[in-house]
Design a protein around this ligand. Structure first.
Ligand code: GLU
Length: 368
């Protein structure tokens, strides 16, 4: 029994293409039936599903996954409705309604749209509808793609403040070393997020179908930690896996979040793309690591262009990104202020003046 999961009532389940595409329909049927049992126990469940492209490939009889983005997008357009049809059919047999939710990276970058997604998901859950979420591949170009649904699922976990993220794949979970290279690799059944740093970063194992691989699953567990969300990575092809995750300590790998919890706004900051960047001196690096605001005097250089209100990266003198935050000045103003005293800047800017370049509430320090 995994007692830490006893109270998990808001659950995100991510299904990889290897599960959706499995020739045995009973696999996906079994998973969905287990989900309906959770719903009957008053748990809230959201599905993040892959498989639009691979379903499109089946329909259009395409044997090898194309590289061209337009081809992938058109296959996703064909396959997405097949996917929804499949879920609709299975869940309606259990008298549950489903809703299609397609999201792009730009929707997450924009704070208003981000909050709109949150509102819609909550409304669906309140009405007992199962949100079935995928990336809106049809409108996402390579530059703005989430890239993989592990990433998307963890962002949704942050967005709705989920208790548990379950990533179902064709691997049993995380091993202490790469099981493709080492025969004696052992499956880890539970690990604290802060202990992940002790492992070799090459957890990757070969899964042919999805885009993520294993690294992105670990990244997803780390992101879920931001909202104090537990993550389980487990083998979706195993019979009764969703129940086993709760009852059996050996089912998959449980990632235990650290105690800290950061605000919803800071989680969004972590998720969103940044515009330009600034280089800050060692004193400023220390100040922000100690949970202080970033002041203008700490800036050594500006890179790129940004406007007041944009999210920017803060780099140390080695050019490593150590923080992200919402900036109170444009890049032009920061350049003009460089080398001046705080009083001189205050006089120049008048009512526009703000002591902090980035206020501590709008700043997230990136842990390495
Ligand atoms: N959005 C892609 C699809 O539905 C999946 C990306 C992934 O496999 O993670 O085909």
């Amino acid at each position: 029994m995994r007692i830490e999961l006893n109270k998990a009532s808001k659950i995100i389940i991510k299904l990889g293409s290897s599960i959706i595409d499995h020739r045995d329909d009973m696999i996906i049927n079994g998973i969905c039936t287990n989900i309906t049992e959770f719903l009957k126990e008053n748990k809230e469940v959201m599905l993040v599903t892959s498989g639009a492209i691979s379903q499109g490939m089946k329909v259009m009889d395409v044997k090898n996954k194309p590289k061209d983005i337009k081809k992938l997008q058109s296959l996703a357009a064909v396959g997405q409705q097949k996917l929804m049809l499949m879920y609709e059919k299975i869940f309606s047999e259990h008298d549950f309604q489903t809703a299609q939710v397609l999201i792009t990276h730009n929707d997450i970058n924009d704070r208003v749209r981000y909050l709109n997604i949150k509102g819609t998901l909550e409304e669906l859950l309140n009405n007992g509808v199962i949100p079935i979420i995928n990336e809106n591949d049809v409108v996402s170009t390579e530059e703005i793609k989430f890239g993989d649904n592990d990433n998307l699922a963890s962002m949704i976990a942050n967005l709705v403040d989920a208790d548990l993220l379950i990533i179902l794949t064709d691997q049993k979970g995380m091993y202490d070393k790469n099981p493709d290279s080492y025969k004696d690799a052992k499956l880890i059944n539970r690990i604290k997020i802060e202990d992940l740093k002790d492992f070799d970063s090459d957890f990757s194992t070969h899964s042919e179908i999805g885009t993520g691989g294993f690294i992105t699953k670990i990244q997803a567990a780390k992101r879920a930690d931001l909202s104090n969300t537990y993550t389980v990575i487990a083998n979706g092809l195993e019979k009764n896996i969703l129940n086993n995750i709760f009852t059996n300590n050996d089912a998959g790998t449980l990632f235990i979040p650290s105690e800290k919890k950061i605000s919803a706004k800071k989680q969004w900051l972590d998720t969103t793309d940044s515009r330009g960047s600034i280089i800050i001196d060692d004193g400023a690096c220390k100040a922000i690591s100690d949970n202080n605001s970033l002041l203008l005097v700490g800036v050594s250089a500006v890179e790129g262009y940004f406007e007041k209100g944009d999210v920017i990266q803060c780099m140390d003198s080695n050019h490593s990104c150590i923080a992200k935050g919402i900036v109170n000045y444009s890049s032009g103003d920061v350049m003009r202020a460089k080398g001046k005293t705080t009083d001189a800047i205050a006089e120049e800017l008048g009512s526009e003046f703000s002591k902090e370049l980035i206020h501590v509430d709008n700043l997230i320090v990136i842990e390495t």
